[in-house]
Each structure stands twice: as structure tokens, then as C-alpha cells.
Design a protein around this ligand. Structure first.
Ligand SMILES: C[S@@+](CC[C@H](N)C(=O)[O-])C[C@H]1O[C@@H](n2cnc3c(N)ncnc32)[C@H](O)[C@@H]1O
Length: 161
């Protein structure tokens, strides 16, 4: 399967990322992206298909990386706890890892200061209240909310003001 075929398949299959695929493809285009939470690489597929400059995904668990991603020179996966890595600069930071209040707050506190754009998944509905509360508590006047979606469990995108 090509990256394009994988992307188009994931855009049609029911998942908690389905509606966000074109949005992630667009915000990552030409950007250096860091993703916290790889799992099976659905969002990673969107960033790579959309034309990101490079993508570093972080996951605490060993993950199966599909060949279309593994063979892409722009992509790398770090198996690590995002809280224990030394953060690096990114154009776009995508947070979809530890969904607890403390986990999200810590990812924001450690990683967002080195990013220009921050997108968080699971910011809608009642299932992941900790994500929304941590987001609400962490972002201040130096950031502008540029998009908020309520489908596919929610996606909120912030940019430096
Ligand atoms: C909801 S899944 C990510 C889904 C992925 N974005 C996708 O579209 O396929 C959350 C992932 O975050 C990982 N995770 C949880 N806590 C983490 C942490 N502290 N550091 C890195 N990864 C973490 C889990 O192992 C899991 O694979």
C-alpha cells in the first residue's frame, strides 16, 4: 500500500481521528512536527501524507510501524515517556499521549514552549475531561486558539499570539 492509499483508507474508516485527517495534513504541511502518542500511526499518516518536513513521533509503548511510514526518510519514532525526554523545537506539536490532566499539563508545560503551533486531540465530549481542563488551565494570553472542532472527539489548535 502506498502512503496515499493508507491516508485515503484512514480517511474513510471509522476512527477517533477520521475527521481530523485533512486538518492535520494541512497544519503540518512544510513543518517540523513532533507528535506525542503514535499508537498505530493514524495521525502520523496524515502529517506525512500532508507533506510535513519531518515528523518525530513519541510513544511510551513499542508500536508496530506500518511500512509506508517506516520507509519514509522524514519519519522517526522514539519509544519513550514524553515526560522523560528532553524536549526539542518543533513548528507543530501534536499532543495525543497521556490523556490524564497531569499528563497533558506536563506535556504542554515541557513541550509547548518550544513549538509555534500546538494541536490537542480529545478536547471535546465528556470522556477526556482532563485533556480539556489541562488545556484550559495551561494556555494564556500569549497563545491564540485558531481552530476548535467537536467531531472525532475534538481537536483544538493554538498558535503563538
Ligand atoms: C490515543 S493513542 C494515540 C493515537 C495516535 N495519535 C493515532 O492517531 O494513531 C495514545 C498513545 O499515547 C501513548 N502514551 C501514553 N502516555 C504516554 C507518554 N507519557 N509518553 C509517550 N506516549 C504515551 C500510548 O502508548 C498510546 O499509544
Amino acid at each position: 500500500m502506498s502512503l496515499r492509499e493508507r491516508y485515503l483508507t484512514l480517511c474513510m474508516q471509522p476512527s477517533d481521528m477520521k475527521d481530523h485527517m485533512p486538518r492535520l495534513a494541512e497544519i503540518g504541511r512544510g513543518m517540523a512536527v513532533t507528535e506525542i502518542g503514535f499508537r498505530t500511526g493514524v495521525s502520523a499518516t496524515a502529517f506525512l501524507y500532508g507533506g510535513c518536513k519531518r515528523l518525530v513521533s513519541i510513544d511510551i509503548a513499542e508500536c508496530d510501524v506500518p511500512p509506508e511510514l517506516r520507509d519514509d526518510a522524514r519519519f522517526s519514532l522514539k519509544v519513550a515517556n514524553s515526560n522523560e525526554l528532553k524536549p526539542w523545537k518543533s513548528d507543530v506539536l501534536f499532543i495525543d499521549g497521556d490523556h490524564s490532566y497531569n499528563g497533558v499539563y506536563s506535556d504542554l508545560d515541557r513541550w509547548a514552549p518550544l513549538a509555534k503551533v500546538v494541536a490537542l486531540h480529545d478536547t471535546a465530549g465528556r470522556k477526556w475531561l482532563g485533556v480539556r481542563e489541562a488545556m484550559h488551565d495551561w494556555f494564556g494570553a500569549d497563545w491564540t486558539k485558531i481552530a476548535e472542532y467537536h467531531d472525532s472527539h475534538g481537536l483544538t489548535i493554538w498558535q503563538r499570539a
